[in-house]
Design a protein around this ligand. Structure first.
Ligand SMILES: [Fe+2]
Length: 135
C-alpha cells in the first residue's frame, strides 16, 4: 500500500513543480516501504537525507520564482518551508542518536504535511505563476 498518491487534486498547474512534488511523494513512499520492511537504520537515514536534500532543492525552486516575480505571500510561504526543514532536521538528529524509533507516525507527518502544504499553500500561487508564464 502506498502512503500517498499524487492525483490531479494535488496539481498546482505548473509542470515543473508538479514533477518535483511527484518525486517527493515517491520518496515518502520509499521511506514508508523501508519502514514496512524493517530496513536497517543506515538505509532509513539515507532515505531521510535524500528526502531532505531534494526538499531543500524543491523549496528553492518555488522561492526563486516567488522572489523573481515579487510574489506577495513569499515571506509567509518561506516560513512554512523553513519550519518543515527544521522539523526534518530535528527528526534526522533523533534517529541518528537512537532517540526515536522510525515509525508510521513520522510517515504520517511527512505525508500530511506535504498534502496540506500543496493543497492550502502551494495552490495559492497557481494563478500568479501562470500569469508570469511559469510552466
Ligand atoms: Fe511550497
Amino acid at each position: 500500500m502506498a502512503a500517498i498518491v499524487w492525483t490531479e487534486a494535488l496539481s498546482v498547474k505548473v509542470k515543473l513543480i508538479d514533477d518535483q512534488h511527484k518525486k517527493l511523494i515517491d520518496m515518502i513512499n520509499d521511506f514508508y516501504d523501508s519502514i514496512n520492511k524493517h530496513s536497517n537504520d543506515e538505509l532509513i537515514l539515507n532515505l531521510i537525507n535524500g528526502m531532505k536534500n531534494y526538499t531543500v532543492m524543491h523549496f528553492s525552486t518555488e522561492e526563486k520564482y516567488m522572489l523573481q516575480y515579487k510574489y506577495p505571500h513569499y515571506e509567509q510561504h518561506k516560513i512554512e518551508h523553513q519550519n518543515f526543514v527544521a522539523k526534518v532536521n530535528e527528526f534526522e538528529k533523533k534517529v541518528k542518536s537512537g532517540k526515536v524509533i522510525v515509525s508510521y507516525e513520522i510517515t504520517s507527518f511527512l505525508k500530511d504535511w506535504l498534502k496540506n502544504h500543496i493543497q492550502n499553500t502551494d495552490k495559492q500561487y497557481t494563478d500568479f505563476f501562470i500569469k508570469h508564464g511559469i510552466e
